[in-house]
Design a protein around this ligand. Sequence first.
Ligand code: DAH
Length: 369
Amino acid sequence: MENLDKLKEEILQKISASNVLKELEDVRVAVLGKKGQLTEMMKGLGALPLEEKISAGKILNQIKGKIEEALEKQKKILEEKALNEKLSRETIDVTLPIRPEHQGRIHPVSKIYEEVAAIFGEMGFDVADGPDIEDQFHNFNALNMPANHPARQMQDTFYLNNDPSKPFDMDTAYVARTQTSGIQIRTMEKQQPPIRIIAPGRTYRSDYDATHTPMFHQVEGLVIDKNITMAHLKGCLYDFVKAFFELDELPVRYRPSYFPFTEPSAEMDIGCLKTKTELKIGAGTDWMEILGCGMVHPSVLKAGGIDPDEYQGFAFGMGIDRLAMLKYGIPDLRTFFESDVRWLKHYGFTPLDFSSMIGGLSDKGGLAR
Ligand code: DAH
């Protein structure tokens, strides 16, 4: 009897010391399996006299019951432990976003810059730069707009004193550049032909309504080489507008116009359909002005230090904000500069939405936004 008690304690001890299910199962087999300790003992009961058989059988059954109970209890504990371990190994953090979240947006003006640069870049143009605060020589005089030239009044100019220690002098004052055309001169001063540049930048005029803001954006273009003709201008700009509006066919026309720095001068129109609610580019019979252009005036070439007898060129200039309004259907120019993040979220572009002639300008086949 004493031995049995000891045995029971030993077995119960082993059960509660089992750390994994396999270990527990081994204990069970060793005790209750076909050849288990307790099974063997029960088998041995048959050889005992009846009285002893009954009392020993009773005790063994009690022990067996206790052991089974303990096995069951420990099994539950270990199963739960195993499950918890498995769960903690397999956790996924459901609070992580499923894809990168783009917080910032590219402003439509920056987007159009990128698009224009991608198109002209493909044609072999470089991007040139110039200062926002410009002298009158580069902004006006060298562009064939000398003092008192009536064309200066076409552009309401912000003047800035160039020497704060002296009273304001209209003749020497700087200007907030009214056009990017001055970069034509700055480029010619630095570089001999062949020249092929575009020059994007901010421009300033005293103007404010739904289609004019005191600060706006232009892109200038300049090509100078030997034997450049109006046909080069037309072909280049035709290719540009088709690429820009992402259309295979787009009717265009050139209307005679006047700019002091080009001769002859023209304005380029694109064919469209205009109704009160809709603007469809490339359809219908209406025309819309899109840019100014012309053959660079010989006086401008001279002012830039280039011999007009040897070289010719064409130039063009266009309003970036207007292009953005047209291409992306934005009705009021003033909203461009209100810094309203809801506006930017609606009209802006994701930083990954990169413009290229190979990957596409704006149409990313569903990847965009
Ligand atoms: N500078 C002109 C403007 O601001 C635009 C322009 C027209 C630029 C014709 C040019 C050009 O280079 O050839 O209205």
